[in-house]
Ligand binder design. Structure first.
Ligand SMILES: *[C@@H]1O[C@H](CO)[C@@H](O)[C@H](O)[C@H]1NC(C)=O
Ligand SMILES: *[C@@H]1O[C@H](CO)[C@@H](O)[C@H](O)[C@H]1NC(C)=O
Length: 269
């Protein structure tokens, strides 16, 4: 959906530059007190901006656990000197990374925790990426920011038990009535994370549930089938086409990523 977005999931391991770590025993998040941290981010985004001519860069900012900043003495000392607590330092880090990305001409995507914690401080060029649950997009667009919807209860492919019907019926514009606000919802994204997959099962984890979400995103809500049994045959047909082309799309009938019920025609599974 977002071909003009460079999505970076950079987990810094600090192997090349151990000084990015708070300490050898407490390795993340990156050392907020160290200017070198931001020099590295600047260098990476500078290189990226020359290679990837995309409009957006995803800067993450989710699931940040700041306990290493508290327990590492040179950082906790720095926080005191700056008069910042951990959550203020988290904000400082994200906003500083945003400024760096903006300086390289990117617009920004950040996970919703940044909005939930300090939404008013985010750059107006921020797209907030929802994932924790529903009800976030309406707050984001009310605040005048753009949003990508990926609520994990419906649109996370690594939730193996979520059936295709839930992918199909998820509505990104729930409770967003004004067209000016609806325009700020850029769309949705189903997410495939690495926890539950490897080369042996990635295709059936993605398909056909991603196809159900794709139809949802290409179809105005009013034209969507309210009764998903009207979709089953068509989606089953599509899954069989995928199988015939060598893509190991999973059966529909199992609910979630499942196995066929019994030996039978592909169209009936
Ligand atoms: C946060 O990180 C600390 C140190 O790495 C760890 O002991 C703690 O369990 C983490 N907390 C959560 C909620 O993950
Ligand atoms: C950090 O400081 C801010 C501003 O004083 C305060 O609102 C917030 O509750 C503090 N957070 C924590 C975790 O202490």
């Amino acid at each position: 959906m977002f071909r003009d977005m460079l999505s970076l999931v950079l987990i810094f391991r600090g192997v090349g530059y151990p000084s990015l770590w708070p300490s050898k025993d407490c390795q993340q998040p990156l050392d907020v007190s160290n200017d070198f941290t931001f020099k590295v981010i600047d260098g990476i985004l500078s290189d990226f901006s020359k290679v990837f001519k995309f409009k957006f860069v995803h800067l993450g900012g989710d699931e940040v656990n700041t306990s290493c900043w508290r327990t590492t003495s040179h950082i906790s000392k720095w926080l005191k000197q700056q008069g910042m607590n951990e959550s203020e330092a988290y904000q400082y880090f994200v906003l500083k990374a945003q400024k760096i990305a903006l300086s390289h001409g990117y617009e920004l995507v950040n996970w919703e925790e940044t909005f939930n914690n300090f939404g008013k401080k985010l750059s107006p060029k921020t797209v907030v990426h929802n994932w924790l649950g529903s009800g976030v997009a309406e707050n984001v667009v009310k605040a005048g920011l753009r949003c990508i919807v990926s609520n994990q209860d419906k649109w996370y492919l690594d939730h193996l038990d979520t059936p295709w019907q839930q992918f199909y019926l998820n509505e990104p514009l729930t409770n967003i009535k004004e067209s000016s606000q609806q325009k700020l919802v850029m769309g949705g994204e189903v997410c495939m994370w690495g926890e539950t997959v490897d080369a042996s099962d990635i295709q059936q984890t993605i398909w056909p549930r991603a196809a159900a979400a794709a139809e949802r995103l290409w179809t105005p809500y009013g034209k969507l089938a309210k009764d998903t049994t009207l979709v089953t045959g068509r989606l089953a047909h599509f899954r069989c086409l995928l199988n015939q082309r060598g893509i190991a799309a999973a059966p529909l009938a199992a609910g979630g990523r499942g196995t066929p019920y019994e030996p039978d025609s592909c169209y009936k599974q």
